[in-house]
Each structure stands twice: as structure tokens, then as C-alpha cells.
Design a protein around this ligand. Sequence first.
Ligand code: IVH
Length: 669
Amino acid sequence: MDRLTAERRIAELREQIEYHNRLYYVEDRPEITDQEYDQLMRELQDLEDLYPDLITPDSPTQRVGGEPLPYFTKVEHKVPMLSLGNAFTEQDVRDFDRRVRQGVGGQPVRYVCELKIDGLAISLRYENGLFVQGATRGDGTTGEDITQNLKTIRSIPLRLRKPLTIEVRGEAFMPKQAFEKLNQERAAKGEPLFANPRNSAAGSLRQLDPKIAASRSLDTFIYGIGELEGETVSSHSEGLALLEQLGFKVNPERRVFDDIEELIRFIDSWAQKRPTLPYEIDGMVIKVDSYAQQQELGFTAKSPRWAVAYKFPAEEAITILEGIEVSVGRTGAVTPTALLKPVSLAGTTVKRASLHNEEIIREKGLLLGDHVVVKKAGDIIPEIVAVLPERRTGAERPFHMPTHCPECGSKLIRFEEEVALRCINPDCPALIREGIIHFVSRPAMNIEGLGEKVVAQLYEQGLIASVADLYYLHQRRDELLNLERMGEKSVDNLLQAIEASKQNSLERLIFGLGIRLVGAKAARVLAEEFGHLDALREATREQLMAIDEIGPKMADSILAYFALPQVAELIERLRAAGVNFSYKGVRVEAGDHLPLAGKTVVLTGTLSTMTRQEAEQKIAQLGGKTTGSVSKKTDLLIAGEKAGSKLEKAEKLGIEVIDEAAFLRLLGQ
Ligand code: IVH
């Protein structure tokens, strides 16, 4: 094909693909099959391969193309991205209405009521109709440039249907189904699970490699305009109509109201229908429609006076307690888990609930076969909040905790002052297996590719009997290859990850050993203080107790651990394998120049880019110390999403508060 014909055909194909893309991803009414669509894409790709100089950034082939970024660059929001004030009750909504009517001097007010999508706020910038930049909200003034990742989302048009210069705002989210599938895949690979669709959307868009975002089935709803050139719009509802015309996906479940009581009934109906939606919402947003009235009402320091977010109460569901499973953890503690009739709750199918210990079963009066109310509190594993005795049929049976370990059969013991039953057999397979799982886990030695299932398999096949055996697995490559689902590649990756973990800094090793009462934080303090595992082994009770964070119980536990002959043997085998025993982090004493040197920091809410443990580690690297509660001694509060009472208290005490974006800046990320 000659160049001119190719150029024409490329233009034609792009237009067709854009059209079908919009029908499929935005309007949800495709006209052609996936195969036909793929065929068009392939033809375009072939022509672009032939004439690479004809590739433009808005070509549908350019959605995933970019290389991983070294870091995200900052984006200043010309119009700040504010957040909304909250309403939790119908009365709060009526109060909002009263304030609005007062604010506009008693004129009639029309509202738009929309779903509050539970995702991540985004801003999209178009110049002359071309998508040029996408950003996160950040602290509202400065966000991060995530253009590459946003381009991979098919409902975001790369070119608008009019050549406008416009900046729009909306929510990126992960549909419930995609979320469940992603977590299933992660569980199979032994990777940590996302707690909810919102975290998984945020986590996907905060990846430097756009291929990851591309693999994550993200979607968008656009709900507002930031800046607009060359077009005038006089109300929010007109703005939404314009956004739709331009090719954006706008949520269809919006309505206009002149009467607040009717609007409240609409909110109520969505509180009921919420579980039927294929994506998560956490409330409803009420906005004054007229832009003139919005302007008259203006803003408070943080949010507009013309809008409010009504938050739904945490979602609950009723289901049946079908059984109780008893498992033994690494410390020997025996914990019961409720096995539930699968029920859909807050975006996921719930099959299990944690029961913590036997006491809770007794307190709640749970019987097998009972109807129970389950509630999710931001975690993956939900909780049973109530039993419904009025629904009993008489067929329910009481549950008895076993008297003997379900794994090794030895008699279970209850220590004084403890509720949990424990297996104290050091050779119990459950203790050994769970101890290895803990050792390889992310906050400990962080050996990728070694999920619970793989560890269980290695243990059952006799390839590992202790954590030291991991470092001798390379001598048994053939046996590894014989295992289920273990090809050359996965064996190589696994051995490589194990090899790499030898270089970990000491705190990971100390935490990984699983010494009773020594958590990740204590492990870090010990590593910092002693610098080498041998120094810690030789530490006296006095030396240990001299450390602020180490109490008498932990000191005794550490001494008892290192006195065990099998521990001495384990350590020698780790040493012989070349595992690093030294602390490699930053010593706090030497870190007066560090940004958080000597500061006491509290974390609250959820961070989207790291776990709490990782955040604590980073705070320590900056010289700071993390504590659990806000007091006069607190120097700084880092507030993630959904920060609650700690944030309030910090504000009351006048303590400095920063959000996640500011924290990342502090980290130089
Ligand atoms: S309007 C100035 N509309 O909820 C107000 N926000 O604090 C701009 N959200 O993080 C927000 N759905 O990303 C608006 N239909 C909707 C929304 C919505 C979800 C998010 C938004 C922000 C938070 C509000």
C-alpha cells in the first residue's frame, strides 16, 4: 500500500475504532463482535508498523506503549481539587438544604443527586480535543502525573468529539468482578490481597509500569469540569450533558430535584439497591445545579458550600453460619474461622469471617446453622456482628473447640491470662509450616513467589523442614521441578528470590525468626541497637531492658529463644548459607540531619501506596518514631484516606497534619 492510501486508511480505521470503543466501553451497547474489533486494531497496527511516522499519540494503538517511569512528576491543579463535606443522616441532608437556601437568599434551588463512586479521584486535561495529561488529586493543589496509566483505561477518550481545551474530573475505579478476579489471582500467586476495590484501583494507578495498570480492568465515571475554554455552560446538569457529548463516560444514575424530601427518598432507594451495582459506591453526592448559585455560595477552607457527600453506613448482610474451621497459627494459637454460606457484601463474595477465639463464639451465643449478620470494616475478612436467634429452626447445633491439635493431635493448652488455646508441640507441622510462611512473608524476608500454597507443598514433600532449608533448595532443583505447577522458569525465579533475600538487612531476619512478642517494629529497634545478630544473641537482660521499646516480657522471650539449642543450630546453618546478619539501615542516632529526626509520628487512615508496616519503616528511615495514639507529645500526623478520630484530635491539639502526597514528597518519591 502506498503512503497516501495508508494515511487515509489509518484515519478511517482510527475513527471506526474510536466509535466502537465508545459504544463498548462508554455506552455499553457494542455493534460489532470482539473479533471484528480486534481485526480493525490489527489492521491499524500493521499499517502503523509499515509507516511508523504516521503514529500519533491519540492512536488507539498507543494506549499501552510507554516504558516504566522512574518516578511520577508533579502536576499543579490550576483549579484546586477539593473534597466534600459529609452528611451521615437524613437530618444532615436537610440541614445542608437549609444552609444552601439561606445562602442564596431564599431563591428556589435545584439539586443534582449522583452516586458517590468509591474509587480514586482523577483529573484529565485535553488540549484542542487531545488527551494530554492525567493526574491524581494528591493534596488537592498538587497531584501526580499518571497519564501513561490513565491512557490504558478504555473509557477515557484519547480524542474528544469536539476539539475543546478542557480539564475534567472524575473517579477511576475497579468493577467488583474485576476486583474479585484480581484477588483470586493474587491469592494463587501468594501475593498480598487488596482490601477493597478502591485500594486496588489506587494501587494499580500508582504503578510506574503502565503494563500493570493495563492489565487491571479499570473504568471511569466523569462528574465535573475544572477548566473550560471556548464554551459556556450555566449549570452542573448542562456540564454533565456536555461531558457525555464529548465522549466521556458519565454515570447515568443521576437525577435532578427541586424538593429535598424527594431527594432523600432517592438516596434511600440507592441505599437499598447499592448491592446490585457492578461497582462500589460509598454514598451519594448532592450538588446545587446552577453555577450562578454555586458561585454565590462559595467555599469553606476545604470544601464547597454548594455540595455535600451523604455517606452510607457500613454494609451488612445476613447469611448462615455453615461451619467453623479451626486452624493452628505459627505461635501455636488455635483460631476458629466461621465458614459462611457465600453472600455478596461491599463488592466481594464473603465466605469466611474471623472469630478470633472461642470466647467470642460463647459471648455471641453462636450455634452452627445460625443466621448471622456480617459486616465489613475495611478489611478483607469481615466480622460477625450479630446472631439472629429469632430465625432458629431448632436444627442448630452447638460448637465445641477441639481438645487436641487438629494437625498433630497433641493436647491443647490454655495459658493463664490467655483466651486462646495453644498447641505447644515444637514439632507440630502447623507451627513449622506457619513459621516458614511468616519468614518468607513481605514484612519479613520478602521472598517473592513463595506463597502459602507453595510453602505447604515444599513442606509436605519434605523439601523444607525449617527456614534454613530454604537456602539449600538450590541443591534440590530436580525435585523442585517435579512439583505441581513448577516449571523451569518458576523454579529459577523462586531460587533467585531466595538468593536475593540473603542480602536483607538484619531487621527482616529478626522479625522473620518469629520470636514470641517481637513484632516488626521491635525487630527494627533491636537491629538498629545491636547492629549484628551475634550481638543480639549475646545481649543480657539488662542491655535489652535498657532499650525504650523493650519491656521485661519481650526481653525474657528473646533470651529464652536464643537459649534454645535448635535455634543455635538454625543460626549456624543460615550463616553457612551466607545469609546477612548485619543491619544495613540508617542509624537514628547518626541521623540528626534527617527530616523526621527525633520526631514522634502517628499514622491514621489508609494509605494507597504502601502498607502501614512499610510506612512505619519509611518513617524510621527518615529518623522518626511511630506511636499508636495522638497526644501532646505527637509531632506529626500522617492522615490517609478515611482518617477519623485521630485526625480530629490532632487538629484540636494543633499538631501538624500531612496527607499521603506530602508524606511521599518527604520521602523524595
Ligand atoms: S464532586 C468539589 N461527585 O468523592 C467537589 N465527587 O470528597 C468535587 N467522588 O474524592 C467532588 N463520586 O473523587 C463528586 N459523583 C461524584 C463523586 C465524587 C465520587 C469522590 C471524589 C472525592 C470525594 C469527595
